[in-house]
Design a protein around this ligand. Structure first.
Ligand code: G3P
Length: 257
């Protein structure tokens, strides 16, 4: 595996909580990450964008409407204003007042507890090649000495190439989905970008790809799988890990295999 796990169960399979335990708590919030740890997940996945004042914040959408009570784009607000938003009420009244975490807050929490997959959102990559989101996220990872416990990923492969330039050892994963206009085979892509893992949509995943990549020592992590039946199928096809909104369900299945 490309990352160390604090709670490695030795089976070389990674239970990844997608945006935290997001079936039960508002996605990308501290309560979702805490629940993922409590459920025995080995990794949390989260999404990062930059605030207007350049702080990596943990939120999936480029705009605030779906998961907060704010309006407009994340990049148009300074951190102190993003911090005033409620990122919990949309999910349930019991989560009222939960805030948007910074990447630093999550790393601080994760250290010693759980590995972290940091997805650099495509929207944040555009102007990042000089002192942008990759440098900022990496700096926080170094500061918290989490370099062995993080896996960076992105649908925008410029971010992956840039991270490799910045750090020859940091673990990266290419995110892949059906709509990707990419013509290269996964194994070529992984070697072109010097990536350490392949994070693939379950719609696209095949046994052939799993075999090709596993042969090269590249694990394939599949997103987003919430049904036991499908989890079982994906594991049979050769996945090394699964992103799930229900890490407890996945954990139970994996433990009983
Ligand atoms: O990183 C795996 C999965 O989260 C990718 O899709 O849309 O949730 O970023 P998305």
């Amino acid at each position: 595996l490309p990352v160390k796990l604090y709670n490695d169960n030795g089976d070389n399979f990674v239970v990844i909580a997608h945006r935290g335990a997001s079936a039960y708590h508002p996605e990308n919030t501290m309560s979702a990450f805490r629940a993922a740890v409590d459920m025995g997940a080995e990794m949390i996945e989260l999404d990062v964008l930059l605030s207007k004042d350049g702080v990596p914040v943990v939120i999936h959408d480029e705009t605030l409407e779906r998961t907060t009570d704010g309006r407009g784009k994340v990049e148009d607000y300074n951190l102190r204003d993003l911090k005033k938003l409620d990122a919990g009420s949309w999910f349930s009244s019991g989560h009222k007042g939960e805030g948007i975490p910074t990447l630093e807050e999550v790393l601080n929490f994760a250290k010693g507890r759980i590995a972290v997959n940091i997805e650099i959102k495509t929207e944040a990559v555009t102007d990042s090649l000089n002192g942008g989101i990759e440098e900022k996220a990496l700096k926080l990872v170094y500061k918290h000495k989490m370099q062995d416990y993080v896996l960076f990923s992105s649908f925008d492969y410029r971010a992956i190439a840039h991270l490799r330039e910045l750090d020859v050892d940091i673990s990266t994963a290419l995110l892949y989905e059906k709509s990707q206009s990419e013509k290269r085979e996964p194994k070529e892509l992984v070697s072109d970008y010097k990536a350490n893992a392949f994070n693939c949509s379950q719609r696209q995943f095949s046994k052939k790809w799993a075999e090709q990549l596993n042969e090269q020592g590249i694990p394939v992590f599949i997103y987003t799988v919430n049904k036991t039946q499908q989890m079982r199928k994906v594991i049979e096809l050769g996945a090394s890990g699964i992103f799930s909104d229900k890490p407890d369900v996945l954990k139970k299945l994996v433990d009983n295999l």
